[in-house]
Design a protein around this ligand. Structure first.
Ligand SMILES: O=C(O)CCC(=O)N[C@@H](CCC(=O)O)C(=O)O
Ligand SMILES: [Zn+2]
Length: 341
């Protein structure tokens, strides 16, 4: 594919950070590659398998390891080293934020889905982008006949984590959690799962709720600048995504409850004002548990204390905008009775 504009699609997207005119190319194996917008590319194989897969990364611009991982996968497809045998929508979420090396330019893109971009009477570039990403995901899922819909929204965390790789299983409104999905995540090295406690405005919840996709926010490690990630730490996820894309008959090892840690989100800590602060240090890792009664955070008169025997903090971030989630509080759970094949 010499001379193809797809040879360096990420650079092309970063050169046109908010919009890119659509174009299409085909691969020697007959696959059709359609660029829908900056950072958004749909691959239609000539004879697709029955899984429609969305892989997104860079929804937060400074979370570079998943961006590098997706770039490697795309390069392998374009070079003909990886045959894409499932319909695939690949999304590099926020190229403008990548250019600035920041999580967001004006607003947190991952709080703007499920129509949140249209609420609050405000305008921002991320709101425009969220609205368009919603349309692309809709076009992709509604344009396919796949029996199974998957969406992996790949991230890295600001803090280190006691369990380095973990996934958020969006709220299912009472539907059972799927063992097969946990087995797929486990094959990718993700052995810790957070069961969300309610609807959110994240990208993964949008795909799960609107399109019945098995969708997950997947945390692969800690945020690092471009070029400073150790690709070996992401190899298991990269391999499993390649198997999913390239081998429709591939099955992960069966779900093993001994290998998977389940946590349930019990509460969310919301920042209300500029007075908000945590009582613990900035380098305290995700999943650090505190004993019952410990004061975790204050916001003026408001206090958050540990209410369970062992409650752990995930994503504590005092710098979020007022009104946003500043942390999740989670507890270990044995929800294996809630799992379905
Ligand atoms: O490390 C952090 O504080 C944030 C890492 C991150 O971006 N996490 C996602 C989780 C989304 C979800 O709850 O499904 C986010 O905060 O958007
Ligand atoms: Zn993120």
């Amino acid at each position: 594919m010499n001379g193809s504009r797809l040879n360096d699609f990420l650079t092309l997207s970063r050169e046109h950070p908010w919009a890119l005119a659509p174009f299409r190319e085909s691969l020697p194996d007959g696959s059709d590659i359609q660029v829908w917008d900056t950072g958004v590319l749909c691959i239609e194989p000539a004879a697709p398998g029955n899984t429609d897969i969305v892989i997104s990364c860079g929804i937060h611009g400074n979370e570079t390891a998943p961006i590098e991982l997706c770039e490697r996968i795309l390069r392998a497809i374009v070079a003909g080293e990886l045959a894409c045998r499932q319909r695939l929508l690949l999304i590099f979420g926020n190229p403008a934020a990548m250019n600035l090396g920041v999580r967001e330019v004006e607003e947190n893109l991952n709080r703007l889905f499920s129509g949140a971009h249209a609420r609050g009477g405000r305008h921002s570039r991320e709101r425009e982008r969220a609205a368009r990403l919603e349309q692309y995901v809709r076009r992709f899922f509604e344009g396919g006949a796949g029996a199974e819909r998957l969406h992996y929204d790949l991230h890295t965390a600001i803090r280190p984590s006691r369990y380095e790789k973990f996934a958020i299983y969006p709220f299912t409104h009472g539907a059972p959690y799927r063992r097969r999905q946990l087995a797929l995540l486990s094959a990718g090295g993700v052995d810790t799962i957070l069961l969300a406690h309610g609807p959110t405005t994240t990208f993964s919840y949008f795909s799960a709720h609107q399109f019945g996709a098995h969708a997950f926010t997947v945390e692969l490690g800690k945020v690092m600048p471009f070029g400073q990630n150790d690709s070996r730490r992401f190899a298991a996820m990269e391999q499993s995504l390649m198997q999913l894309i390239g081998r429709p008959d591939w099955q992960p090892a069966p779900f093993d409850p001994e290998r998977v840690r389940l946590f349930r989100v019990c509460r969310e800590v919301t920042k209300h004002s500029g007075q908000f602060g945590f009582t613990f240090a900035d380098d305290v890792a995700n999943f650090t548990a505190f004993p019952h009664g410990t004061l975790l955070a204050r916001d003026g008169e408001r206090e958050w204390r540990v209410e369970h025997e062992q409650e752990a903090v995930v994503f504590p971030n005092a710098k979020v905008a007022a009104g946003h989630r500043a942390a999740l509080l989670v507890i270990r759970t044995d929800a294996t009775d809630l799992l379905l094949d």
